[in-house]
Design a protein around this ligand. Structure first.
Ligand code: DGL
Length: 279
């Protein structure tokens, strides 16, 4: 089936999920939607984010997607269940796949989760993990400064291992390390870019679980179960849509995705006008 898979996030973070989907499903057509006009979602009330989730999925459904990936932990925590109940199109979030990855990885059944304030306060990870194994204890910590650090750092090519960032990571992780977690979920789509920093700050024995890899696997499973994998082996089309500043999206997005983005559409959701920016 040639219809695209729709992927969305508050901004560019979900491109780490897109990158994994490209890796695992290299023939699928993809539309990526980054809601850069309203980023960050992390500090916003969950009901507000839920409204954004519905608005964006409606838009993607109009563009005939065959599956939607909510490539944002905060948006998944805020609205995945409600969206799945409302829309006919299958919708995959990032929380359950990571929870499954953690339950498989943990030896001592002590799992740590880091994410935005919205994700951590929603308790969505604890619920998802306990639904899979009620014997796992979940310890979580919000890391409110990481999203900004990643975005600024990606623009200036900063080395995330510099002492100031390392100390911040250490202070976020220390409470989790004290209770001897053995696996750590990177519960925000920006965090895979901090993997080396987080590995260093948490020590080598802790397994880091990224939403991106686990979610891409889930997309493959759902499409294959529904018989909807693309059969054509022709090069796929990647479309990028943003709600603000297409040039900024092109620059930062190319770094997140690890490949050059050359064309971005601007959509103002409220007005539904579509322009096209080509570099
Ligand atoms: N990408 C979002 C997530 O995975 C975090 C960025 C934001 O706060 O909007 O939760």
């Amino acid at each position: 089936m040639d219809n695209p898979v729709g992927i969305f996030d508050s901004g560019v973070g979900g491109l780490t999920v897109m990158q994994e989907i490209i890796e695992q499903l290299p023939y699928e057509n993809l539309i990526y939607f980054g809601d850069t006009a309203r980023v960050p979602y992390g500090p916003r009330p969950l009901e507000e984010v839920r409204g954004f989730v519905f608005e964006i999925i409606n838009y993607l459904v109009e563009r005939k997607v065959k599956l939607v990936v909510v490539a944002c932990n905060t948006a998944t925590a805020a609205g995945l269940i409600e969206a799945q109940a409302h829309f006919d199109v299958p919708i995959v979030g990032v929380i359950e796949p990571s929870a499954r990855g953690a339950v498989q990885a943990t030896r001592d059944r002590r799992v740590g989760v880091i994410g935005t304030v919205g994700t951590i306060n929603s308790d969505a990870y604890s619920k998802a993990i306990r639904a899979l194994d009620a014997g796992v204890t979940v310890y979580s910590a919000s890391c409110p400064k990481f999203v900004e650090i990643v975005e600024k750092g990606m623009i200036s090519d900063a080395n995330f291992l510099r002492p100031k960032t390392y100390n911040l990571a250490k202070s976020y992780l220390t409470p989790l390390l004290r209770v001897e977690i053995d696996s750590l979920i990177l519960g925000c789509t920006h965090y895979p870019l901090l993997k080396s920093l987080l590995a260093k700050a948490s020590g080598n024995d802790i397994v880091l679980i990224s939403s991106a890899e686990e979610t891409a696997r889930e997309v493959q499973t759902v499409l294959s179960r529904r018989g909807q994998l693309r059969e054509s082996m022709e090069l796929p089309e990647y479309t990028f849509v943003t709600t603000l500043d297409p040039n900024g999206f092109m620059l930062l997005g190319s770094r997140f995705l690890g490949r050059k983005i050359t064309e971005v559409e601007l959509v103002e959701l409220a007005k539904r006008t579509r322009h096209r920016t080509v570099s």
